[in-house]
Design a binder for this molecule. Structure first.
Ligand code: SF4
Length: 406
């Protein structure tokens, strides 16, 4: 090859390498220059990043940074509370697990109340959201709650209301966030209808097959059942425990109204009950705690423990003392009955209102220690009266106790 040709070839190759390098650098510079700086939910979404099902929604970019959608409604509170489950407008069933994150200022003593209301604003159920971390912060703190409720009749739309806890009671400290959800109405029922296979013996269960049918709820049948129930109630009534015939009659009537309301709310969607008045003996070190659980229902993944309350005043939030009874039942359910308690519910009969929660491991350990310490103190003879107007008002011994402040 001639010298000129060799020089031409080297020059040509150098040009190819130069242009290839220049193209690569230009491409990368242009990519770097054109990558948008993401500062909002809309920009993050426009870049094709992942959108969560939370309410308000969040967009998570490739670096894991989260951008919360600004919900442009009066109810939007995305700067203080975000709901992860359920999703907005999701169809829910009882009990529903609610989870999300709220600023520390939304909590008081690590909790805040949640309500589920129907389209008319009637309360179907309430729960207490529990912080899953240190709530004494201005940052977002995760929370969870388990809300059991009574499904409404003839309406589908509902709202979950997340109330900022307001121990001051001052109106200026009140705040809430509302999220629409879908609740299946109960004016129709799905029933199984069984048919026999052609030519097969009806006596053999293996020769029938089931078909699901949706049928309207029949008030006449429901009314007849309620009347039977009221007859049972009246037959079991004992009026010897009241100070006068008039008081007994008032309580009998009140019980009848409660029973009617209870039946009306639950009719057609009764839970599957595993046990009522379930006794247990729970070992606590050297001691044994005896108790009886009002009702145990089957639930997805475990059981719900229900304790009926007849209090006139229904709390909006449970104190640590009020939780104690159901926390003991939670331990008994786990360790004695070997069931998985997924919800603990106080059912307030006067308002037909359930309040549900589930004890944390820390609450159970603290309660176990408190019970053991109390038993030891009582055995030492150290059980001085500890009256207070609030405690004494609810005490069965207030009329004979010399320390009563009721
Ligand atoms: S009435 Fe007596 S026994 Fe009952 S809570 Fe008050 S101090 Fe205790």
């Amino acid at each position: 090859m001639k010298k000129n040709n060799i020089l031409l070839l080297i020059g040509g190759s150098a040009l190819v390498v130069f242009f290839a390098t220049a193209w690569y650098v230009a491409k990368n510079i242009s990519v770097r220059q054109s990558a948008p700086v993401v500062i909002s939910f809309e920009q993050c979404r426009a870049s094709g990043n992942r959108i969560t099902n939370s309410y308000p929604r969040e967009c998570i970019d490739a670096a894991g940074k989260r951008f919360i959608e600004q919900v442009r409604t009066a109810a939007g509170k995305s700067d203080v509370i975000v709901i992860d489950t359920p999703a907005i407008n999701q169809k829910i069933s009882s009990p529903v697990t609610v989870s999300g994150r709220a600023r520390g200022s939304w909590f008081f003593e690590a909790s805040f109340p949640i309500k589920l209301v129907d389209a008319e604003g009637k309360i179907l159920g309430t729960a207490i959201a529990q912080a899953q971390g240190d709530w004494m912060t201005t940052e977002f703190v995760p929370f969870t709650a388990l809300l059991a409720y009574t499904a409404p009749v003839g309406t589908d739309n509902g709202q979950l209301i997340f109330q900022r806890d307001n121990p001051s009671g001052l109106p200026e400290n009140e705040d809430d966030m509302r999220m629409p959800v879908y609740i299946a109405s109960t004016d129709e029922r799905v029933v199984k209808v069984y048919f026999g296979k052609a030519g097969a013996s009806e006596a053999d269960c293996g020769n029938v097959f089931a078909v699901e049918r949706t049928v309207p709820f029949t008030q006449a049948i429901a009314r007849a059942t309620l009347e039977e129930l009221l007859k049972m109630y009246e037959a079991s009534w004992i009026d010897e425990w009241y100070d006068s015939k008039e008081t007994a009659r008032r309580y009998l009537e009140k019980g009848r109204r409660i029973l009617e309301k209870f039946y009306e709310q639950h009719s057609g969607h009764w839970p599957t009950t595993k046990a009522i008045e379930q006794g247990f003996n729970l070992k606590m070190g050297d001691y044994t705690l005896k108790g009886k659980i009002d009702r145990i229902d089957e639930r997805d993944g475990g059981v719900e423990i229900v304790d009926y309350k007849t209090n006139e005043i229904v709390p909006t939030k449970l104190t640590a003392d009020q939780k104690e009874q159901l926390l003991i039942y939670q331990m008994a359910t786990e360790f004695v009955l070997h069931e998985n308690p997924v919800a603990l519910t106080y059912y307030y009969l006067t308002e037909n209102k359930p309040i549900s929660f589930k004890g944390t491991p820390e609450e159970l350990t603290a309660l176990r220690e408190r019970i053991t310490t109390t038993i030891v103190a009582i055995r030492r003879g150290d059980f001085a009266a500890d009256p207070s107007p609030q405690k004494c008002r609810q005490c069965d011994f207030k009329s004979i106790c010399p320390f009563s402040q009721a």
